[in-house]
Structures are given as C-alpha cells and as structure tokens.
Design a protein around this ligand. Structure first.
Ligand code: TRP
Ligand code: SF4
Length: 334
C-alpha cells in the first residue's frame, strides 16, 4: 500500500458550490479521503478576508457548502471535517508566523495584487487580506501535515508556506533532528479545465457557473444561451472545441464516444451548437438531479451536519493542541 500522508485542505464559503468546485477540488477530496489521513475544513476566517462586511451571508454559505460536501459523499467518519474558526490554534500559529514573516514576502504573492484589482467594490487594503498566506501556512502546519492538494494557481502560496516554516524552524528549532514543523509538499492534482458559460473562468462573481444542485429548467435555459466558439456564426462554420465551454463540460460529464464525436464534428461543422448542447444536457441533467436528491436527504437530517462538525472540531483540536504545545515550548511561551 502506498504511504498514507496527512493531508490538509480548506475551502472558503463564499457562495453556492458549482461544478467548478467539484472538478477543481471536491472530486479529488473524495479520492483522498480513501487514501490518506485528511483534514478538510471550511476556511471561514479566510472567507472573511474578503467578506468581512457580510459575515452572516458567509455563515449561510458555509452551512450550504458543508451540506453539499456531505451530499457528494465526503464522509466525516473517514476525514476530520471542521470549521476553521472552531480551532483557535490556527489563529495562534498564524500570529506567531507573523512575527517572523517579512511584509515583502506577503506583498510578492502574485494573487495578492491581482485579487485586489479584481474584487473592486471591496476595500482589500486590509491587514487580514495581506496576511492570508500566513493563516494558510498555519492551517497546514498546525496539523504537521506534509501534503496539500494544490492546483497550479495555489503553488505560490504553498511555496511561501514552506519558506515561513523553514524560517520558523531555523529560529526556534535549529538543532538537527526532527523538525519542529514539517515543510508542506504540494500534492499536485490534475483537474480538467472548466470554463464558465461566458467562456471566462467559472466563478460566482461572473454569474457564469452551473451550480451543483441547479434546477433543471434553469440549467437548460442557461446552457442553451451559453457562448460557444464565436467563429461558428453560421451553422456551416467549422469550430474549435478547445475554446468552447460546452466542450469542457462534455469532457466532464459525457461518455468518451460523445466527447470524441463532438471533438470531430465541431471541427467539420458536422454538428450544430444547439445539438451539441442537447447532447450535453442528456448527461449533465441526470448528474444535477442526483446531487439535488442527495442534498435533499442531507437537508432532512440537519443534525448530521452539526454532529459531524462538532466531532471534527474536537478531533482537530486534539492534534492542533499537541503541535502548539511544542511550538509554545520552543518559543519560551510556556
Ligand atoms: N486558499 C484556499 C482557497 O482559496 C483555501 C485554503 C485556506 C486552503 N487554507 C488552506 C487550502 C490550507 C489548502 C490548505 O481555496
Ligand atoms: Fe462548442 Fe459544441 Fe458548438 Fe463546437 S459544436 S462550438 S463544442 S457547442
């Protein structure tokens, strides 16, 4: 059997889950929960770095997100499932990391300036937003986890986590031997590209996402009006499926024969976009329906959610507290 790693991953509750979340992260969580020791959490403090003005909405999104996790099959008996803010040790370690982290390291993170520019309408010139990577480094180190599932876009954050942990170890545990905290390694995950219905990245802020539990009528309507390859102005114009969001959804939901057919017939104008979309609906709609059913079951027993999160917080606390005892001792804090 392959080595069982300790894996940590978080997701920010900032809105309803969509198929981008599923293929970008949650499908992988389902696989990881059977192979490794997993700590999966709702990153509510991270969400507040951008949603600080509407914490109530954030908490509603969290409830919805965790219910979707359970509906998808994330199993709280296999993984430690919890809410970040219920484990105060994350914040304590992030504070201590702040002592040793030069501000330019934080300002250099590529997503920092980018997000500040993208999320206009929100004042993100805050200390909390700048400190996001510190909290993320602490999320992982507090469990002494060695593996973080990351997509390409998160690699820079993880590299910074490694630098922070390295500096921390050098300062407070310079002797050879087992390190105070392990440097997290990326567990690079392959995930298919999913474009939003307008051809941009699928994101709730662009209103171009298909929700995991989207109602049939709405999914149909939005799919039928979605953009396709703009080169296909007329039915006879050949297209390039690689630039079309419908093709990426086919790759995620349709069987191989259909994917191959679309790949071929789009390029030769053998199939029109309307028929191509209908072929997708045949596979997409049942998947959405399956999720809605599973989700309805979770909603009928909401105490399951509370129970799972309570249990998870307790187990997470135990592990995190053990790490923090060593950290405090190393920093002469106890
Ligand atoms: N930054 C991640 C995101 O935006 C969420 C996150 C917070 C996370 N802490 C983490 C992911 C620790 C992995 C490990 O999706
Ligand atoms: Fe997109 Fe299908 Fe139209 Fe090609 S035929 S442009 S893949 S919708």
């Amino acid at each position: 059997m392959a080595t069982r790693l300790r894996v940590v991953s978080g997701m920010r509750p900032t809105g309803k889950l969509h198929v981008g979340h599923f293929f970008g992260a949650l499908k992988n969580w389902l696989k990881l929960q059977d192979e490794h020791e997993c700590f999966f959490f709702s990153a509510d403090w991270h969400a507040l770095t951008t949603e600080y003005a509407t914490p109530g909405e954030m908490k509603e999104a969290e409830r919805d997100m965790v219910a979707d996790w359970l509906a998808l099959g994330i199993d709280p008996t296999k993984v430690v499932l919890f809410v970040q803010s219920r484990v105060k040790q994350h914040a304590e370690l992030a504070l201590l990391f702040g002592m040793v982290t030069p501000i330019p390291w934080l300002e250099r993170v590529p997503t920092y300036k980018e997000q500040q520019q993208n999320l206009t309408g929100k004042d993100l010139s805050t200390y909390g937003f700048l400190g996001y990577p510190l909290l993320q480094a602490a999320d992982v180190a507090v469990y002494r986890a060695t593996a973080v599932p990351v997509g390409q876009d998160q690699v820079a954050h993880l590299e910074l986590s490694r630098e922070i942990v390295r500096r921390f170890n050098n300062l407070y545990a310079p002797e050879v031997g087992p390190k105070l905290l392990p440097e997290p390694q990326p567990l690079l995950t392959e995930h298919p590209k999913i474009l939003g219905l307008d051809g941009r990245k699928m994101s709730k802020s662009f209103h171009n996402a298909i929700l995991l539990g989207e109602a049939e009528e709405s999914a149909k309507k939005r799919l039928m009006t979605a953009v396709t390859d703009p080169a296909r102005v007329r039915r006879n114009d050949p297209g390039n499926p690689e630039v079309c969001p419908i093709f990426y959804l086919h790759k995620a939901y349709s069987p191989p024969e259909t994917i191959a057919m679309v790949d071929r017939e789009c390029r030769t104008a053998g199939i029109g976009c309307v028929d191509c979309k209908k072929a997708l609906l045949v596979n997409l709609l049942p998947a959405l329906e399956k999720h809605r059913k599973a989700r309805a079951e979770v909603d009928q027993a909401p105490e399951r959610i509370d129970q799972a999160l309570e249990d998870g917080a307790r187990r997470a606390n135990e592990v995190a507290e053990e790490t923090m005892r060593d950290v405090r001792r190393a920093m002469k804090l106890e």
